[in-house]
Ligand binder design. Structure first.
Ligand code: ATP
Ligand code: MG
Length: 508
């Protein structure tokens, strides 16, 4: 009897495990400024979605800092008061966003909820597919070289700084130099394209009124039907501003994985860096250069690396990224600008000086480059614009002598004159992107020297008239360039003829 009891006890003791089960529950030990410090929750992973139980209901947070005894998390809701001692549950899932075709034409928050007052985006939010906000960039084998153009509809860019689908091209410049305008024009221009990409405009830290204006512009130009706006205005918590570009990228990847082409604009990554700095400082991460945390380079590189042109085996989709960076007094050597410059495949530099002189878009052609796009440039534009960069460079050198114009020889004079004509041709108002066949036609006329005799003040008028004339009298020229994407000898002759006869009419 005694023996039995001892045996029983022995058995029970041997079955005893001295390992308490870990329950995914923690407690808030510190709260404030949209940040909570949590104890417990030992098995939380980085970027895991957490649920904080407050008196007003559950709110979401994301695990950011995983330390030995504590987790630093950022709250995703508006400044809801969180009490010390509040319970926190882990969800086991990293942060993701619902995605789907329903998003097209809508403005959403970085968490996928509607912000345009048109009702919920998804009929069945629980049934919707989700995409993780952070995902590994496509590997080298999944990629193909960039060889399909992404026309911006802006003459200077398509001719000299061509962008290809899957490329990352930075738009950089001081405030109010037309950065957003270039991105928006590019979105508007996709209306003209045959294989139209889905466009995603990510607004980070901008005034709500400005974002509303952009949505209105897209709507009025009938471009919202293929565009998604991801909005994290200045009034949104820093956490949401931080997440916005990743959300835009995740939505883009969803479509890219289906073999579609996608264009994503990040407007702008300077404000994104500021939001990240704010979060990092609140989380007491050590500040580095310009008080940005040390991993700011990694932040932007892991975002922009996700832009890709996938090979055919992987569906052949693409994600083109147009990040925007705002500089201060043209200083491109500041921390965030240099980082992003080094991550991207090229830059479009905008300058206040040019902008105030009326040279708009205010692109500094000498400094701007596109390192991969020329492989994707349409033959038609390549043929007519091949010499454009060179002629403009020569013109800039000679421009200094303009004041002594009477002493110049004829060759120099004509070079200066041509440069002035080209400069005039490259001026383009915002919200007026041109289909590439039209760009090809006007550049053909300008670089062929056909419009050297037109007074500079009338160049814009001439351009509009020429398009009108060709459209009504020789529409086949436009359709042929658009379909064959090149100007062969036959088209060359037809186009020269059309331009000559219009010049006769125009001169009268
Ligand atoms: P911010 O720093 O405020 O974001 P930004 O650099 O994005 O400014 P935009 O908002 O695009 O600049 O443009 C500033 C102003 O210049 C706008 O009023 C816009 O309409 C005008 N603008 C931009 N591009 C052109 C252009 N090519 N021709 C004429 N006006 C333009
Ligand atoms: Mg802007």
């Amino acid at each position: 009897m005694q023996y039995d009891l001892v045996e029983k006890l022995k058995k029970e003791i041997s079955g005893f495990r001295d390992e308490p089960e870990l329950e995914a529950v923690g407690l808030v030990v510190e709260a404030g400024d949209g940040i909570v410090k949590i104890s417990g929750l030992y098995n939380a992973q980085s970027q895991e979605l957490l649920v904080v139980e407050t008196e007003d209901g559950d709110i979401f947070a994301v695990a950011f800092n995983l330390e030995e005894h504590f987790i630093g998390a950022v709250l995703l809701g508006e400044a809801t008061p969180v009490r010390v001692g509040a319970r926190v549950r882990g969800t086991g899932a990293v942060l993701s966003i619902p995605v789907g075709i329903e998003m097209i034409g809508r403005a959403v928050s970085p968490l996928g909820t509607a912000v345009d007052g048109k009702g919920s985006v998804f009929k069945d939010i629980d049934g919707a597919e989700t995409a993780p906000l952070e995902r590994k960039a496509p590997s080298v084998v999944a990629r193909e070289s960039v060889n399909v153009p992404l026309h911006t509809g802006i003459k200077a860019i398509d001719a000299m700084i061509p962008i290809g689908r899957g490329q990352r091209e930075l738009i950089i410049g001081d405030r109010q130099t037309g950065k957003t305008a270039i991105a928006i024009d590019t979105i508007l221009n996709q209306k003209n394209e045959t294989n139209r990409p889905i466009c995603i405009y990510v607004a980070i830290g901008q005034k709500s009124a400005k974002i509303a204006r952009i949505i209105r512009v897209l709507e009025e130009a009938d471009a919202l039907k293929y565009t998604i706006v991801v909005s994290a205005p200045a009034s949104a918590p820093a956490a949401l501003q931080y997440l916005a570009p990743f959300a835009g990228c995740a939505i883009g990847e969803y479509f890219m994985d289906q073999g579609k082409d996608v264009l994503v604009v990040y407007d702008d990554l300077s404000k994104h860096a500021d939001a990240y700095r704010e979060l990092s400082l609140l989380l007491r991460r050590p500040p580095g250069r310009e008080a940005y945390p040390g991993d700011i380079f990694f932040l932007h590189s892991r975002l922009l690396e996700r832009a890709a042109r996938l090979s055919r085996e992987f569906g052949g989709g693409s994600l083109t990224a147009l990040p925007i960076i705002e500089t201060k007094l043209g200083d491109i050597s500041a921390y965030v600008p240099t980082n992003v410059i080094s991550i991207t495949d090229g830059q479009i530099y905008l300058e206040s000086d040019l902008f105030t002189k009326g040279l708009r878009p205010a692109i500094n052609v000498g400094l701007s480059v596109s390192r991969v796009g020329s492989a994707a440039q349409t033959k038609a534009i390549k043929k007519v614009a091949g010499r454009l960069r060179l002629e403009l460079a020569q013109f800039r050198e000679l421009e200094a002598f303009v004041q002594f114009a009477s002493d110049l020889d004829d060759v120099t004079k004509s070079k200066i004159h041509r440069g002035q004509i080209l400069t005039e041709v490259l001026k383009q108002s915002d919200l007026q992107p041109l289909a590439f066949e039209r760009e090809a036609v006007i550049l053909f006329a300008a670089l062929g020297g056909y419009i050297d005799e037109i007074p500079r003040a009338r160049i814009k008028e001439f351009e509009a008239g020429l398009f009108e004339y060709i459209k009504s009298m020789h529409d086949d020229i436009f359709t042929k360039i658009a379909s064959s994407r090149m100007i062969d000898d036959e088209l060359d002759i037809a186009l020269t003829g059309a331009i000559r006869s219009f010049i006769q009419i125009f001169a009268k």
